[in-house]
Design a protein around this ligand. Structure first.
Ligand SMILES: [Zn+2]
Ligand SMILES: [Zn+2]
Ligand SMILES: [Zn+2]
Ligand SMILES: [Zn+2]
Length: 214
């Protein structure tokens, strides 16, 4: 079913772009905003990375992040758990090539612009994320907040598999195995598999997986 790619808002300038457009946009908007900040002479500039994180198999879910270069991989892991992943405290890991990276490593010790890491959460029903380091800059960082969102995808609109009319709000984890299971409010009510099989549709690459409810 053809669904229009949702747009998203750049939190720096409030312009609207779709996924690919946002990557291009931020590569000019971010340095421009840093220049404006510098003219206002606030505090001391600190190094940070511009990082794009997206669902490895579900690229319609993405986050553009500004991450303190002195933060640890652990901080980024925590952030990803909070916003996208955490259901029941599964294990997670970052890897580069074949190497797993220790969570205590500082970003500045391991990351370079152009690098692509993988982040995996839950080694049973795994959610895999692609972590792309786009650039490194210096600028103002929020105090005690190592990871800031620059832009985030808006929830993709997914149509109900049963009536094919209304938007899905629940997922049947049973029917999902057969490639369907997206249900609108009305169809979810009298769905044959029962209420206990249903999970809410949320704006995350882990929607419908394990016990993830957002
Ligand atoms: Zn912008
Ligand atoms: Zn779980
Ligand atoms: Zn329906
Ligand atoms: Zn079902």
């Amino acid at each position: 079913m053809a669904i229009e790619t949702p747009k998203a808002t750049c939190l720096l300038c409030k312009s609207r772009y779709s996924g690919m457009g946002m990557t291009r946009h931020l590569q000019s908007c971010l340095p421009k905003s840093l220049k404006d900040q510098r003219n206002q002479k606030k505090g001391k500039d600190k190094p940070f990375f511009h990082i794009l994180v997206k669902g490895y198999d579900l690229p319609e879910y993405w986050l553009h992040l500004k991450v303190d270069a002195n933060a640890e991989l652990d901080d980024l892991d925590q952030f990803l758990r909070n916003i996208w992943l955490e259901c029941c405290g599964h294990m997670s890991a970052f890897s580069y090539g074949r190497d797993e990276l220790e969570m205590e490593r500082k970003l500045k010790e391991v990351l370079r612009p152009g690098m692509e890491l993988l982040h995996e959460y839950d080694f049973g029903s795994t959610t895999t994320l692609l972590v792309k380091v786009l650039s490194e800059y210096e600028g103002q960082l929020e105090k005690d907040n190592p990871v800031q969102i620059l832009a985030r995808n808006e929830a993709p609109e997914i149509v109900c598999d049963e009536c094919e009319k209304a938007l899905a709000v629940q997922i049947c984890t049973e029917c999902q195995w057969n490639g369907s299971g997206w249900l609108c409010e009305a169809c979810a009510k009298d769905h044959e598999c029962g209420e206990e099989m249903l999970l809410p549709v949320v704006n995350s690459p882990r929607t419908g997986v394990c016990g993830y409810t957002g």
